[in-house]
Design a binder for this molecule. Structure first.
Ligand code: F6P
Length: 332
């Protein structure tokens, strides 16, 4: 049996054999993966470590923070401050960018993250995760908010972890999508799937049906047709799954196909969707496209949305290409 390929060995191979990534990007991914291991340990201990429950604070989105939101954010900040690979970081949990302290060397990358996605699932022992996106800081720029406002097509790397029955790390550096599983005994990520592909067709969809009355007509029509099953215009039955942790729903789609929708709805006219563009929609769209799927807002490719602010929200429709194309065409 061939010996398992660790994340470190995979990255070294990308750097030296394939010449696909520079050394500081390799270091960045290693550091993020180390932070993810630390978060995984905290998530896994749960009530034993007293990490469940509310933190008693709110984030910039006005959402109540869980203790684990705060812990995961601090782990990522601390791990990435001193390595010399970053110009700045930005997080769902912080209003503005986090500059690298003057006492540490600075690098050319910008790291954005949602430290703990699906946080409504923390206290109920359902999978949660971490999502991250890497951009290059424009040359000579101050690494302030404006440096981060680049479309998703500029991402050089994106990934996410799912803290589920096993901890997995999904990674793209623009050359396919690879999955690593945490070997908890050895303490390292091991390559378990290379060049994942999302099937173009599917019989599974993911949407929060309780928002149905707020949807726009194209999404309402699309879901109606799915629900009509074999007797309806689609001529086949569809199955529904909704974990309410985007990381888990997208991992399922990578594993066996499907479509995920968090569309624009009429609940709050100031919010054109629920999910955040820069550290949720963009990294997931990059990964899904790299795996052969599609990702749109319904009106255009997510990766081409030009961001106006760090915490901007967008509608998200992603997954199996033929289904995403169909629902997008209903918007036309
Ligand atoms: O905030 C992000 C998120 O937790 C996603 O991970 C998930 O897909 C979505 O929100 C769940 O939203 P809702 O609670 O409306 O189902």
């Amino acid at each position: 049996m061939p010996s398992p390929v660790s994340l470190s060995r995979f990255l070294i191979d990308q750097q030296w054999q394939k010449q696909a990534i520079p050394s500081d990007l390799r270091l960045l991914v290693e550091v993020v993966a180390r932070a993810i291991k630390a978060i995984s340990i905290n998530v896994g201990k749960g009530a034993l470590a007293g990490v469940l429950g509310e933190a008693g604070t709110g984030n910039v989105q006005g959402e109540a923070q869980k203790k684990l939101d705060v812990i995961a954010n601090e782990i990522l900040l601390e791990a990435n401050e001193w390595g010399g690979h970053l110009a700045a970081m930005a997080s769902e949990e912080m209003e503005g960018p986090h500059p690298i302290p003057h006492r540490y060397p600075k690098g050319e990358y910008l790291l954005l993250f949602d430290p703990l996605d699906g946080s409504s699932n923390i206290d109920v022992n359902v999978s949660v995760g971490t999502i991250f996106s890497v951009l290059r800081c424009p040359e000579g720029a101050a690494a302030d908010e404006s440096s981060f406002l680049q479309p998703g097509t500029s991402q050089v790397c994106a990934g996410f972890a799912v803290y589920g029955p096993s901890t997995v790390l999904v990674l793209t550096m623009g050359e396919g999508v690879h999955v690593f599983t945490l070997d908890r005994e050895v303490g390292s990520f091991v390559l378990t799937q290379e060049n994942l592909r999302i099937p173009a067709d599917t019989k599974e969809f993911a949407i929060n049906m309780s928002n149905r009355r707020f949807w726009e007509p194209p999404v309402a029509r699309y879901v109606e047709e799915l629900l009509a099953g074999r007797e309806g215009p689609r001529g086949k039955d569809f199955n529904m799954r909704w974990v309410a942790s985007m990381v888990a729903d997208v991992f399922r789609i990578l594993a066996r196909g499907g479509i995920f929708l968090y569309p624009r709805d009429a609940r709050d006219p100031s919010k054109p969707g629920r999910l955040r563009l820069m550290y949720e929609a963009n990294p997931m769209a990059f990964i899904v496209e790299q795996a052969g799927g599609s990702a749109t807002t319904g009106r255009g490719r997510i990766l081409e949305v030009v961001p106006a602010s760090l915490h901007q929200r967008v509608p998200v429709i992603l997954g199996s290409a033929n289904e995403v194309e169909r629902v997008t065409s209903y918007h036309a």
